[in-house]
Design a protein around this ligand. Structure first.
Ligand SMILES: [Zn+2]
Length: 275
């Protein structure tokens, strides 16, 4: 009797898992295929004749003709790889596509939609779709784009507050205590990637980042020069750009008054002029 109940329960469970979507997040990982793929022979229409949601809805219908349709939330994300994920949350299917797939031919996006949905609902993956996706990953365009993205993202990672001689975070904290009662929230501070002489420092409000030219990160640079540059950019944090009568006022009167708090301003300006 006991074993019969057990067997029945096991059967129910297996039916449930068969008909219910799998739990968790499904990743379509995309390491480059080892073999160079055949060329895509069908000419592709690069324009998105239908949007991503429609693509997913169509592929869903083909895969599950009678099941209720979940709402799709499909977005491109800046992933480092070409990985793409799908998961169900509160009846919504959340799809995250690597932004490296932006501009991919529609047939490739269709293939991806099919593969992700098949994995989610435990259905066999159609071979045509699988091949199309694999070929796309191996195509020259994708390899080049992946390389480009890696390079541009790599460059961002080079940015750092800790230079060879000076640490911008440490300088910021000192100035914050000295002139701002420690009240300024610390933005991202970074040395520039290149030793620019034209742009010595700037505050990027959109990214809340203070950038100081790499030119100053050397032993010969007096500390007060770097302190001044960081101080100036900190004033931009304190005094956001004002718009008066349609004109942008970057260094307002209040800004200039505060700047005079910095000691030996003349000495600093003299140093910067010689640069
Ligand atoms: Zn300024």
């Amino acid at each position: 009797m006991q074993s019969l109940v057990k067997r029945l329960l096991a059967k129910v469970e297996s039916i449930q898992t068969k008909h219910q979507p799998a739990k968790g997040t499904f990743t379509l990982s995309a390491s480059q295929p080892a073999l160079l793929p055949l060329l895509e022979t069908v000419p592709e229409n690069k324009s998105y004749s239908s949007n991503l949601k429609d693509i997913f809805a169509t592929e869903y219908r083909l895969l599950r003709p009678r099941a209720p349709m979940p709402a799709f939330d499909v977005r491109f994300y800046p992933f480092t790889g070409i990985n793409t994920t799908i998961r169900l949350r509160e009846g919504k299917a959340l799809v995250r596509l690597s932004d490296m797939l932006e501009g991919a031919p529609e047939s490739v996006l269709r293939a991806i939609a099919h593969i992700l949905l098949a994995k989610l609902y435990r259905k066999p993956v159609d071979a045509t779709h699988a091949n199309r996706y694999r070929r796309h990953l191996g195509s020259d365009a994708v390899t080049r784009r992946a390389e480009q993205v890696r390079r541009s993202r790599g460059r961002k990672n080079v940015l750092t507050a800790q230079g060879h001689h000076y640490d911008l975070d440490e300088i910021f904290e000192q100035l914050n205590r000295q002139y701002f009662h420690g009240l300024l929230g610390r933005p991202v501070l970074t040395w520039s990637a290149h030793s620019a002489r034209r742009l010595l420092g700037h505050y990027d409000a959109a990214h809340n980042t203070i950038v100081v030219s790499r030119v100053f990160d050397r032993a010969e640079t007096p500390r007060y020069a770097i302190e001044y540059l960081v101080f100036h950019e900190m004033l931009h944090l304190k005094h956001p750009v004002q718009v008066k009568g349609g004109r942008r006022c970057v260094h307002s009167r209040e800004f200039q008054r505060d700047e005079k708090m910095f000691p030996d301003l003349d000495k600093v300006k003299e140093f910067l002029k010689k640069l």
